[in-house]
Design a binder for this molecule. Structure first.
Ligand code: SF4
Ligand code: SF4
Length: 441
C-alpha cells in the first residue's frame, strides 16, 4: 500500500458543492416522480426530500446558489444509501450516482458538519477497513470474545449499549468464524480445457471475512476452464474512502490496482462483491486526470463473476443441493451494474436447488457499504423490512452477491432468532461441483 494513501484520510481540496458536476446531468431529471417508490429511504420516511427527485432538486438548488447547504439539507443527502435503485427505475436515464457521489465529496470538503469528519471515519473506516492485515489484527480480540461467548454476554446484559453506536453495530455484524483455507495462491490452473485466463480481485474486507467465498469463486472459475491469477499487489477498490468523500486516497488505490493487473495477460478481471465491482467499473469516470485512460481500461475489463460465467456459458454442476432458497438483488449488482438475470441463470442449473421469488428483492437491505455502521437507524429499518420479506417466502436460505448484504441479512436473522443460511452464489456452485454439503452459517 502506498504510504501516501494511508496519510491522506482527510480531504485536502475544496470544491463548492455541485460546481464540478456536469449541469446537464441535473437537467435529465424531469421530476416525474416515477423513481420514488423504488427509493428505500422515501418508502420508509415518505418525505419528498428523502426521494431521488427531492435530492436532485436539493443538489441543484445548492449548486445554483438558491439554497444553503444547511444541516437539514445535508441530512437528506447523507441519508441516501447510494443504492442507485432510482437509476433502474428512471425512464429518463438520470445518472443519479454521477450526481450524489461527487456532490458528497464536495460536501465533505466544505466547512460545516460533515458526518465523515469523525473518529470513526478517521480511525476505523479509513485506517483499518481497507487494509486486510490491519483489519485481521483488529478483529483478533473480537474473535476471542466470540469463542468465549462474551459477545452474547455483553448483548444480553445490555453492556453493549455502553459502546459507541458504530462499535455496537460492528460487534453485531461480525459473523461466526469459518475455517480459514489460507491465502489464495497466485495461480490456480483451469480444470480441463482452458476457456479463459482471468485475474481475481480479492478485496479488503472480502479477504478477511469472505476468504471462503474467494476460494469458492476461484474453484468455480477453475471448474469452468479458467486459469485464475491472483495478483499480490492489488489493494482495496477505494470505495470506502470514495463514498465517504475522501477521494484522494481512493484515487491512489485505483492507481495501485491499475499497476497490479497487467491487462494484456487477462481476458477479464473478476470480482465477486457487488460494491467493489461497481466502484471498479466506475474507475474511468471518477477522475479526469492523466491516469484516467488507464483506469478506464481496467474498468472495461472488470466483470462480476456471475456476469462473466453466464456470458462464458456455465459448465453444469452435477452435485445435488436440496435447499429452498430465495435471491436478494444486491443494489450495486442489480442497479449499479445492471446484473440481475445472470446469478439467477447460474443458480437455476444447480440440481435440487429451488429458488423462490423474494418480494421487494431489489430494495436495499440497509447494508450499502458502511451505511449500516454510520446510519444504523435507517439501516435497521431496512434490514427488518428485508427480513419480513424473506420470512414470507419460507425459504431456508438467502443467496446474494455482496459481502455487505450477507453480513447485514445474517445479523438481522441472528437478532430475530431465525435459522437462515446466507450464501454467495459461488458457495452453492462450489459445493455442487465438489459434491460437498453447504457450510453452517
Ligand atoms: S430521477 Fe428520473 S424517475 Fe425520478 S423524478 Fe427524475 S426523471 Fe423522474
Ligand atoms: S440512491 Fe437509493 S436511497 Fe439514494 S435516492 Fe436513489 S433510490 Fe433513494
Amino acid at each position: 500500500m502506498a504510504a501516501s494513501a494511508m496519510n491522506q484520510e482527510t480531504p485536502e481540496t475544496t470544491t463548492k458543492p455541485g460546481e464540478d458536476i456536469d449541469y446537464n446531468l441535473f437537467l435529465d431529471c424531469v421530476h416525474c416522480g416515477l423513481c420514488t417508490s423504488a427509493c428505500p429511504t422515501f418508502v420508509e420516511t415518505a418525505n419528498e426530500n428523502d426521494s431521488p427527485r427531492g435530492r436532485i432538486y436539493l443538489m441543484r438548488a445548492v449548486t445554483d446558489g438558491r439554497l444553503d447547504l444547511s444541516p437539514g439539507v445535508r441530512r437528506h443527502l447523507e441519508l441516501c444509501l447510494d443504492c442507485r435503485a432510482c437509476e433502474t427505475a428512471c425512464p429518463s436515464g438520470v445518472q443519479y450516482g454521477k450526481l450524489i457521489e461527487p456532490f458528497r465529496i464536495s460536501m465533505a470538503q466544505t466547512e460545516g458538519q460533515s458526518k465523515t469528519d469523525d473518529w470513526f471515519h478517521r480511525w476505523i473506516l479509513f485506517r483499518i477497513f481497507p487494509y486486510p492485515d490491519r483489519l485481521r489484527k483488529a478483529l483478533g480480540p473480537a474473535r476471542v470474545a466470540q469463542r468465549l461467548g462474551l459477545d452474547r454476554l455483553i448483548e444480553t446484559t445490555g453492556l453493549i449499549r455502553l459502546l459507541p453506536k458504530q462499535l455496537q453495530q460492528m460487534i453485531r455484524m461480525l459473523p461466526p468464524p469459518v475455517p480459514d483455507e489460507g491465502v489464495l495462491p497466485e495461480f490456480l490452473p483451469a480444470v480441463g480445457t482452458r476457456r479463459a485466463t482471468v485475474a481475481l480481485f480479492t478485496g479488503c474486507i472480502g479477504d478477511v471475512m469472505f476468504r471462503h467465498a474467494n476460494w469458492a469463486t476461484a474453484r468455480v472459475l477453475q471448474q469452468n476452464g479458467c486459469d485464475v491469477h491472483v495478483p499480490r499487489d492489488q489493494t482495496c477498490c477505494g470505495a470506502i474512502h470514495f463514498h465517504a468523500g475522501s477521494e484522494q486516497p481512493a484515487r491512489e488505490m485505483a492507481d495501485q490496482n491499475v499497476a497490479a493487473f497487467p491487462l494484456d495477460k487477462f481476458d477479464a478481471v473478476i470480482n465477486n462483491v457487488a460494491g467493489c465491482g461497481s466502484m471498479l467499473k466506475d474507475y474511468g469516470h471518477h477522475w479526469t486526470d492523466g491516469g484516467q485512460a488507464a483506469r478506464a481500461e481496467l474498468a472495461s475489463k472488470m466483470k462480476d463473476v456471475n456476469e462473466f460465467l453466464d456470458e462464458l456459458g456455465l459448465i453444469k454442476p452435477q452435485g445435488e443441493i436440496r435447499l429452498v432458497a430465495t435471491y436478494h438483488d444486491a443494489c450495486h449488482l442489480a442497479h449499479a451494474q445492471n446484473v440481475q438475470e445472470a446469478p439467477r441463470n447460474l443458480l437455476a442449473q444447480i440440481p435440487g436447488l429451488e429458488i423462490r421469488n423474494l418480494p421487494e428483492s431489489e430494495l436495499c437491505c440497509g447494508a450499502a457499504g458502511s451505511y449500516n455502521l454510520t446510519e444504523p437507524e435507517m439501516a435497521s429499518r431496512l434490514a427488518k423490512r428485508k427480513m419480513r420479506n424473506i420470512i414470507s417466502t419460507k425459504a431456508q436460505a438467502v443467496i446474494t452477491s455482496n459481502a455487505g448484504c450477507i453480513l447485514q441479512i445474517a445479523k438481522e436473522a441472528r437478532a430475530e432468532g431465525h435459522k437462515l443460511g446466507v450464501f454467495h452464489p459461488m458457495e452453492l456452485l462450489d459445493c455442487s461441483y465438489r459434491g460437498t454439503d453447504l457450510p453452517d452459517n
